[in-house]
Design a protein. Structure first.
Length: 104
């Protein structure tokens, strides 16, 4: 996704499903394909971790995927600014997931 904040009027609503939960997010139209591909990769990794580590709870799988994803981004040569932006997005997503999981 782009590191620049888009004009809110240019944002489009998109439903993204991660770990069997649907999130409605507003993104720039040019980022839609990347966001959907990223969600698909996350879901694929969730299935892989479920198969490798049976008996864990969903929060464990989400944490494992976030760690894997961040590590992959670093090893693929992302610069520090892009990683910080990604970390902020991960932190925001994690907070949203934790809020839903805790029922608040």
């Amino acid at each position: 996704m782009s590191s620049q904040i888009s004009n809110p009027n240019e944002m489009i609503p998109v439903n993204i499903t991660i770990a069997d939960r649907t999130y409605r997010v507003r993104i720039a139209p040019k980022d839609e394909e990347a966001v959907r591909k990223t969600a698909a990769i996350i879901n694929q990794k969730m299935v892989e971790f479920k198969n490798l580590y049976a008996g864990k709870d969903m929060q464990d799988y989400i944490s494992m995927v976030l760690l894997w994803f961040t590590t992959e981004q670093q090893s693929n040569g992302q610069n520090l600014y892009e990683l910080e932006s990604l970390q902020n997005q991960i932190d925001s997503l994690t907070a949203s997931i934790e809020k839903v999981v805790s029922g608040n």
